[in-house]
Design a protein around this ligand. Structure first.
Ligand code: ATP
Length: 508
């Protein structure tokens, strides 16, 4: 049951026992609850029943309970009513296509699946088709062309964020092909994928799982799949000159985060510590990059990147801002015409340009890059960190780990947008550069020549984009948010009060 569901109509209520203790047990359409009460005599046993138990820190566990009942007829009513309600739930998957990356993280994907997940799927009577990937992009390419998607209710990846990205790319591409849409056109309104995606975390980075479930635990993820949860998610498409480059669901980062990724990729041999090493190195290097950012601000939405509201299970901001099906085409048409007047342009020198389509919270940075960003509101938070001193940049970075607002600094700005473009200065047309010369004087153009000349050893002219942990091949990009393009077997992070009251168990 999701927290937004209205209290359901009561279908059955009676006193049953669990061992020697009497409980008031109630069944509604999707919820079975049992509450302790005074004891009473002689009971007929039911078969043990499995249910989901909420544990600490958003973890779920499978538990079993056996009720006993004094009256054979009542016992049959209960068994019949529960079976009927279970059969009526159509959101639970029956058939899943599963891809396992045997080399993700600590290379435990196969073992994690066999030992922790497969027994739960079997218990829930879910049939599975398992493919152990043989090379990078195996899952993506299989989904694009060969997979018989009609046979399944969902696709599951066992691996890290890279594996999830493969599934996203394969599924979105296939859906657009099946709808005769051109993924190379940045103005195309894409068709949402009908199959939900499950993530069994088994990588070294499992940020998407953490951001949508609240924990990186294979059993919890498997249970969210089994109960048939659904969490819509926005996806950004990234194009360069009308050529599709990639999709992004979490962070697009140019400058600091692009450089950290590029440097850390060269140091894979160091293991996970490479991110700290490269982070420190790029902080000390302190490169800035010149370019032009233009963006379309999100209109008619509730929420701003600086509110205290967090995107949680049943998020009202996502519900309000997500398009109603009838409005979807209309909304994008308006955005596409672009109303050029609405585009805003900022030229400058930036230490970092980040677009966060979700908070990007992870165990290392619990607040994330944009704490109030939403999973499914059709926007991304564009964060511009202008050139500043190392000390100021450090202040900004440190604020990601404490209670202070990382955007409350005069060299940082944040905008909630539906589309943006970036053009690095070295790609700007001659007329643009001439304009800069007129504006800023000759020193500027000599600076540019110097930067283009590697022998100088001075700061490079351009960085790379870090797109959800992959390096993009182009720096000039056009990014557009597609509201709720995919769905996950998740429900968003639950508020603590939902799972901290463990006194009344319930079957979800
Ligand atoms: N059989 C395979 N052999 C080699 N690479 C694979 C295979 N299957 C998938 N991959 C690739 O491995 C990459 C990393 O996988 P994954 O995301 O599962 O693990 P990870 O440890 O979190 O990754 P990262 O090293 O990026 O942190 C993915 O980008 C995926 O394309």
């Amino acid at each position: 049951m999701t927290p937004m569901d209205k209290p359901n109509r009561l279908l059955l209520l009676s006193e049953l026992r669990v061992r020697d203790t009497a409980y008031n047990v109630s069944l509604s359409r999707s919820l079975l609850t049992w509450k302790r009460r005074a004891s009473s005599p002689v009971y007929h046993p039911f078969r043990p029943m499995s249910y989901v138990e909420r544990c600490q820190q958003h973890r779920w566990r499978c538990a079993a309970v056996t009720f006993t009942c004094p009256d054979g007829g009542l016992c049959q009513s209960w068994v019949g009513a529960i079976a009927e309600q279970l059969a009526a739930i159509t959101s639970r998957p029956r058939r899943l296509l599963i891809y396992i990356n045997p080399y993700g993280g600590k290379r435990q994907g196969g073992r994690v699946y066999e030992q922790k997940v497969a027994p739960l799927f079997a218990q829930a009577a879910i049939s599975t088709h398992v493919i152990v990937t043989e090379h990078a992009n195996h899952a993506r390419d299989h989904l694009r062309t060969d997979a018989e998607l009609k046979k399944y209710d969902g696709v599951v990846c066992v691996g890290g964020d890279g594996m999830f990205s493969e599934i996203v790319h394969g599924l979105i591409w296939r859906t657009q092909m099946d709808s005769s849409l051109d993924p190379n056109s940045p103005d195309e309104t894409l068709t949402s994928c009908s199959l939900r995606i499950g993530i069994i975390p088994a990588g070294s980075t499992d940020c998407i799982c953490f951001a949508t479930v609240g924990t990186n635990d294979p059993v919890t993820s498997a249970l969210h799949i089994i109960v048939g949860d659904s969490q819509p998610m926005d996806v950004c498409s990234i194009h360069h000159n009308n050529t599709f480059l990639r999709y992004s669901v979490s962070l697009l980062g140019y400058g600091f985060y692009g450089d950290v990724l590029t440097d850390s990729e060269r140091k894979r041999w160091m293991g996970p510590v490479r991110y700290d090493f490269s982070g420190l190195k790029m902080f000390l290097t302190h490169h800035y990059y010149e370019g032009t950012v233009s963006y379309l601000p999100a209109r008619g939405v509730v929420g701003t990147p600086r509110d205290a509201a967090r995107c949680r299970s049943g998020c009202v901001v996502c519900q309000h801002n997500g398009p109603k099906p009838s409005e979807r085409a209309e909304k994008y048409e308006t955005d596409d015409c672009g109303n050029d007047g609405d585009w805003r342009t900022i030229r400058g020198k930036f230490l970092a340009i980040n677009a966060a389509s979700m908070s990007c919270a992870c165990p290392r940075s619990p607040k994330g890059l944009s704490p109030a960003a939403h999973l499914a509101d059709g926007t991304t938070d564009l964060i511009l960190v202008r050139k500043c001193s190392r000390f100021d940049f450090l202040r900004h970075l440190l604020r990601h780990t404490n209670k202070e607002d990382q955007f409350d600094l005069n060299f940082v700005e944040v905008h909630r947008v539906v589309r943006f473009r970036f053009m690095p200065r070295h790609c700007q047309s001659d007329s643009d550069l001439e304009l800069d010369l007129l504006e800023n004087g000759k020193r500027q153009i000599f600076g540019q020549i110097c930067r283009d000349h590697p022998a100088c050893g001075c700061a490079p002219a351009y960085s790379s984009w870090n797109c959800d942990g992959e390096i993009l091949t182009h720096t000039a990009i056009d990014v557009r948010v597609h509201c709720r393009l995919i769905k996950l077997f998740a429900r968003g992070i639950e508020e603590p009060q939902v799972f901290e009251d463990l006194t009344n168990p319930c079957a979800i």
